[in-house]
Design a binder for this molecule. Sequence first.
Ligand code: F6R
Length: 361
Amino acid sequence: EKAGYKHFMAKEIAEQPVVLADALKHYVADDGNSALQALDFSGVDRLTLVACGTAHYACHVAKYWFESLAGLPCDIDIASEFRYREPPLSDKGWALFVSQSGETADTLAALRYARDKVAKVLSVVNVPTSSIARESDLALPILAGVEVGVASTKAFTCQLAVLALMALKAGRDRGRLTAEEHATHIADFRLLPGLMNHALSLAPEIEKLAEQLAEAQDVLFLGRGQMYPLALEGALKLKEISYIHAEGYASGELKHGPIALIDSRVPVIVLAPRDHLFEKTVSNMQEVMARHGKVLLMSDAAGVTEAGAGCWRTLTLPKVPDVFAPILYAIPAQLLAYHTAIAKGTDVDQPRNLAKSVTVE
Ligand code: F6R
C-alpha cells in the first residue's frame, strides 16, 4: 500500500507532481477549455472562503490570487470562528468551503450557516461523496486520491491547484485577464509538475538540514504576500509531526513583536522566491541576522545569489512563475517537516493527539 515508501506521508509527498497533473487535465482540456466553464464569476460581489487547518491556509493563499488576478473582494475565515460569529453575507456573494475529507464538523456547520445567505455555495473537496460535497450547489473535486497520512500534503497542493484555476477563470469573467494572459498562466501552470519533481529531488539536501533542525526548541517561518500563508503551513506541518514549537509570521510583522524571540538558537526559515517583494523580505531577514538568528533561506538561484551571504543555510529551488510559487514551496516545507520528524523518531503518519478527520467540534 505504501508502494515501497516508509510512510504514507512520504508516498503522498512524492505523488504530488502526478496528481497535480491529473487535476490540471480534468480542469483544463488541451484546447484550453475548462471544466469550470459553468461558473460565471462576473456578477459575484464577494467570495467568502472558509475551512480549517491546512485547508484554511489554502484559502489564505487563494485570497491573494482572487484579489490580484480577478479583483474579487475576498474574505477568509476558520470555520470554528465563522460559524458562531454571525458574519453578514451578501446575497450576490458566493461562499466556498475547502475540505479534504468533506466531513469536518466545523466546516460543515459553516456551510449550513451560509447556505441561505449567499447566491451560491461551492466546495473544493477530495471526497466527492462527502457531506460537504453533497450539501454544496457545486462540489469541485481536487482529485488527489486517498490521503492516509494525518498531516495533509498532496491535498493541500491539489486544493491550491483548483483554487488557482478558479481564480484565473474569475479573472477572465471579470475582465481582469485577457485571453492571452489567461493562456500564459495556464501554460505556466503546466510547468509545475516538472518543477515539483525538481523540488522533490532536493530531499537528500533537506534531510541534512532536518537533522540540524531536529535540535531546535522553537522555529519561526517567515513569508510575505502569498508566501505568508505558506509560512503558516510550514509551521503547522513541522509542529504537528515533529512536535517542535513553530510559528509562521508575515515577514513585515516580525518587528512588531516576534523579533524578541530571536537568538542564536532559533532557526528562522524564510520562504522567499525572487519576486517583486523579495527586497522587503531580505531586509526583514537581515534584521534577524543582526540579532544572531539562524536563517535558512529557501529561494531560487537568483535569490540565493543575491541574499544568501550570511545565512545559516540556503536551499535553492527552481525558478517558478510568480503566481504558482506557493504550490512549489509547499514541497520543501513538507519534506523539511517529514525529515525532521524522522530525525526525532516520531510517528509521522499518526502523530499523537491528531485524527485524520475531525468530525466533532
Ligand atoms: C494538517 C491537517 C489539518 C486539516 C484540517 C481540515 O496537516 O491535515 O489541519 O487540514 O483538519 O481537514 P479537512 O480538510 O478534512 O476539512
